[in-house]
Design a protein around this ligand. Structure first.
Ligand SMILES: C[S@@+](CC[C@H](N)C(=O)[O-])C[C@H]1O[C@@H](n2cnc3c(N)ncnc32)[C@H](O)[C@@H]1O
Length: 212
């Protein structure tokens, strides 16, 4: 991750945002698209499996799947505020001993991480400029299931994201959103022998689970 992107992530996903997201999760549970992804993964069966959750934020996927019977989970997160929120919540829910965290850019850390049975990226692809590296390196680490939530590449979604980027620019916030072509994401995933098992759209998002 270049320095600009590092800083942009820490600014966008800061302690205030992390505290709000954690409060929301404690009061209402996971957000809608995260719930869809969780349900699709549970339908495939998660008991006894291992998880790598990339850009997991406050760790909703980690906590919910650990409660559902994962043997262990690893979170890789570029925001230090999100990472510490996830660790706090793991302690509160009593599964801190089954959850490990790494702080940094997944594409830099990937070579040091073990292969896991499940890999998830929930609304992460849209926060990173180098989609091919992110998808290539993450799909390679999923031995059973690969779950994604990322924006649909329709004209109106592109327009909405362009307006959001304009607001970031006007506020001098260096963070930017990216819409990567669905066909390009799918093509990379397919080269890893992963096939679609679940697909659903929800507003701007598409939720996909692939399996081997
Ligand atoms: C929109 S948030 C989504 C958080 C959570 N998955 C959710 O759906 O609530 C995107 C997350 O991806 C993380 N992220 C973006 N690029 C990353 C990278 N290259 N490596 C690790 N984390 C990354 C950000 O720090 C942020 O926590």
């Amino acid at each position: 991750m270049n320095c600009c992107h590092c800083q942009a992530i820490e600014t966008r996903f800061n302690q205030k945002v992390a505290a709000e997201k954690l409060k929301q999760y404690r009061q209402q549970g996971p957000e809608k698209t995260t719930r869809l992804l969780l349900e699709a993964l549970k339908m495939e069966g998660v008991v006894g499996l291992t998880l790598l959750d990339i850009g997991g934020g406050i760790g909703a996927i980690q906590h919910e799947l650990l409660k559902a019977g994962l043997s262990s989970a690893t979170g890789v997160e570029a925001s230090s505020a999100y990472l510490s929120a996830s660790a706090d919540e793991a302690g509160r829910q009593g599964h801190a001993d089954r959850l490990s965290h790494y702080h940094g850019n997944f594409t830099d850390l990937a070579a040091t991480l073990p292969t896991t049975e499940i890999v998830t990226l929930d609304r992460v692809i849209c926060c990173y400029h180098d989609m091919p590296a992110l998808v290539e390196l993450s799909a390679a680490r999923a031995s059973k299931l690969y779950g994604l939530v990322y924006p649909r590449d329709t004209r109106w979604v592109k327009l909405g994201f362009a307006l959001e980027n304009l607001l970031f620019w006007l506020r001098r916030n260096p963070f930017r959103l990216y819409i990567h072509p669905t066909a390009a994401v799918e093509a990379i995933v397919r080269t890893h022998g992963l096939k679609r098992r679940f697909y659903q759209t929800a507003g701007v998002w598409q939720v996909v689970v692939y399996g081997r």
